[in-house]
Design a binder for this molecule. Sequence first.
Ligand code: DQA
Length: 145
Amino acid sequence: MKILVINGPNINMLGLREPDIYGKQDYNALLEICRKAGDEAGAEIECFQSNHEGSIVDKIQEAYGAFDGIVINPAAYTHTSVAILDALKAVQLPAVEIHISDVSSREDFRQISYAGLACIKTFMGLGLEGYRQAILYLAGHISGK
Ligand code: DQA
Protein backbone atom coordinates (compact mmCIF):
# COMPACT_ATOMS: atom_id res chain seq x y z
CA MET A 1 0.00 0.00 0.00
CA LYS A 2 1.38 3.41 -0.97
CA ILE A 3 0.29 6.66 0.66
CA LEU A 4 1.31 10.11 -0.54
CA VAL A 5 1.55 12.84 2.12
CA ILE A 6 1.26 16.33 0.62
CA ASN A 7 2.06 19.52 2.51
CA GLY A 8 1.39 22.98 1.17
CA PRO A 9 3.03 26.39 1.62
CA ASN A 10 5.09 27.24 4.71
CA ILE A 11 4.87 23.76 6.22
CA ASN A 12 8.63 23.56 5.50
CA MET A 13 8.97 26.46 7.99
CA LEU A 14 7.66 24.41 10.93
CA GLY A 15 9.59 25.04 14.12
CA LEU A 16 10.34 28.63 13.12
CA ARG A 17 6.86 29.51 12.05
CA GLU A 18 4.39 30.77 14.72
CA PRO A 19 5.43 28.10 17.26
CA ASP A 20 2.51 29.06 19.55
CA ILE A 21 0.17 27.79 16.82
CA TYR A 22 2.18 25.13 15.00
CA GLY A 23 4.56 23.89 17.71
CA LYS A 24 8.34 23.77 17.97
CA GLN A 25 9.00 20.62 15.95
CA ASP A 26 10.44 21.16 12.48
CA TYR A 27 9.60 19.68 9.08
CA ASN A 28 12.17 16.89 9.52
CA ALA A 29 10.33 15.82 12.69
CA LEU A 30 7.13 15.72 10.63
CA LEU A 31 8.83 13.49 8.03
CA GLU A 32 9.95 11.12 10.80
CA ILE A 33 6.42 10.97 12.28
CA CYS A 34 5.02 10.10 8.85
CA ARG A 35 7.67 7.44 8.25
CA LYS A 36 6.96 5.80 11.62
CA ALA A 37 3.20 5.96 11.05
CA GLY A 38 3.77 4.24 7.71
CA ASP A 39 5.64 1.42 9.47
CA GLU A 40 2.81 1.15 12.00
CA ALA A 41 0.18 1.08 9.26
CA GLY A 42 2.11 -1.23 6.94
CA ALA A 43 2.17 1.47 4.28
CA GLU A 44 4.91 2.91 2.13
CA ILE A 45 4.96 6.68 2.62
CA GLU A 46 6.17 9.39 0.27
CA CYS A 47 6.18 12.96 1.54
CA PHE A 48 5.96 15.97 -0.77
CA GLN A 49 5.99 19.66 0.16
CA SER A 50 5.58 22.65 -2.09
CA ASN A 51 4.91 26.35 -1.75
CA HIS A 52 3.36 26.38 -5.24
CA GLU A 53 -0.27 25.57 -6.00
CA GLY A 54 0.43 24.21 -9.51
CA SER A 55 3.14 21.87 -8.21
CA ILE A 56 0.64 20.44 -5.73
CA VAL A 57 -1.91 19.97 -8.54
CA ASP A 58 0.79 18.24 -10.64
CA LYS A 59 1.71 15.93 -7.75
CA ILE A 60 -1.94 14.96 -7.15
CA GLN A 61 -2.32 14.15 -10.86
CA GLU A 62 0.87 12.06 -10.80
CA ALA A 63 -0.51 10.10 -7.84
CA TYR A 64 -3.14 8.54 -10.11
CA GLY A 65 -2.17 4.90 -10.65
CA ALA A 66 0.92 5.30 -8.44
CA PHE A 67 -0.59 5.67 -4.93
CA ASP A 68 -3.52 4.13 -3.06
CA GLY A 69 -4.42 7.28 -1.14
CA ILE A 70 -3.44 10.82 -0.21
CA VAL A 71 -3.02 12.60 3.12
CA ILE A 72 -3.06 16.33 2.46
CA ASN A 73 -2.45 19.52 4.40
CA PRO A 74 -2.96 22.14 1.71
CA ALA A 75 -2.06 24.83 4.31
CA ALA A 76 -3.20 28.28 3.13
CA TYR A 77 -4.42 26.78 -0.18
CA THR A 78 -7.04 24.93 1.87
CA HIS A 79 -9.06 28.12 1.97
CA THR A 80 -8.53 29.32 -1.61
CA SER A 81 -7.78 26.51 -4.04
CA VAL A 82 -10.52 25.16 -6.25
CA ALA A 83 -7.68 23.75 -8.42
CA ILE A 84 -6.53 21.41 -5.62
CA LEU A 85 -10.13 20.37 -4.95
CA ASP A 86 -10.64 19.62 -8.65
CA ALA A 87 -7.37 17.63 -8.84
CA LEU A 88 -8.41 15.48 -5.85
CA LYS A 89 -11.79 14.88 -7.48
CA ALA A 90 -10.14 14.07 -10.81
CA VAL A 91 -7.88 11.29 -9.49
CA GLN A 92 -10.61 9.88 -7.20
CA LEU A 93 -8.10 8.51 -4.71
CA PRO A 94 -9.26 8.33 -1.09
CA ALA A 95 -7.92 11.46 0.60
CA VAL A 96 -7.71 12.58 4.23
CA GLU A 97 -7.31 16.24 5.19
CA ILE A 98 -5.03 17.23 8.06
CA HIS A 99 -4.39 20.54 9.81
CA ILE A 100 -1.89 21.01 12.60
CA SER A 101 -3.93 23.76 14.23
CA ASP A 102 -7.63 23.79 15.02
CA VAL A 103 -8.72 25.87 12.04
CA SER A 104 -12.35 25.75 13.21
CA SER A 105 -11.47 28.06 16.11
CA ARG A 106 -9.38 30.51 14.06
CA GLU A 107 -10.14 33.43 11.69
CA ASP A 108 -13.27 33.55 9.53
CA PHE A 109 -11.20 33.28 6.34
CA ARG A 110 -10.01 29.85 7.46
CA GLN A 111 -13.51 28.48 7.87
CA ILE A 112 -13.87 27.22 4.32
CA SER A 113 -11.91 24.19 3.14
CA TYR A 114 -12.16 23.51 -0.57
CA ALA A 115 -9.88 20.44 -0.49
CA GLY A 116 -11.89 19.08 2.42
CA LEU A 117 -14.89 18.71 0.10
CA ALA A 118 -13.03 15.88 -1.65
CA CYS A 119 -11.76 14.21 1.54
CA ILE A 120 -13.28 11.31 3.46
CA LYS A 121 -12.15 12.70 6.84
CA THR A 122 -10.42 15.69 8.44
CA PHE A 123 -8.06 15.70 11.43
CA MET A 124 -7.29 19.09 12.99
CA GLY A 125 -5.89 20.60 16.15
CA LEU A 126 -3.82 17.56 17.12
CA GLY A 127 -0.42 19.00 16.19
CA LEU A 128 1.88 16.68 14.27
CA GLU A 129 0.15 13.67 15.89
CA GLY A 130 -2.68 14.41 13.44
CA TYR A 131 -0.49 13.14 10.57
CA ARG A 132 -0.08 9.80 12.33
CA GLN A 133 -3.80 9.52 12.89
CA ALA A 134 -4.56 10.52 9.31
CA ILE A 135 -2.14 7.90 7.91
CA LEU A 136 -3.54 5.15 10.17
CA TYR A 137 -7.13 6.10 9.30
CA LEU A 138 -6.43 6.17 5.56
CA ALA A 139 -4.52 2.87 5.65
CA GLY A 140 -7.46 1.28 7.51
CA HIS A 141 -9.87 2.67 4.94
CA ILE A 142 -7.80 1.41 2.00
CA SER A 143 -7.40 -2.06 3.44
CA GLY A 144 -11.13 -2.14 4.18
CA LYS A 145 -10.90 -2.35 7.98
C1 DQA B 1 -2.83 24.89 8.47
C2 DQA B 1 -3.94 25.90 8.74
C3 DQA B 1 -4.04 26.88 7.59
O1 DQA B 1 -5.10 27.80 7.85
C4 DQA B 1 -2.75 27.67 7.46
O2 DQA B 1 -2.81 28.55 6.37
C5 DQA B 1 -1.56 26.78 7.37
C6 DQA B 1 -1.50 25.58 8.20
C7 DQA B 1 -2.61 23.92 9.65
O3 DQA B 1 -1.95 22.91 9.44
O4 DQA B 1 -3.07 24.18 10.77
O5 DQA B 1 -0.59 27.10 6.70
O6 DQA B 1 -3.19 24.10 7.35
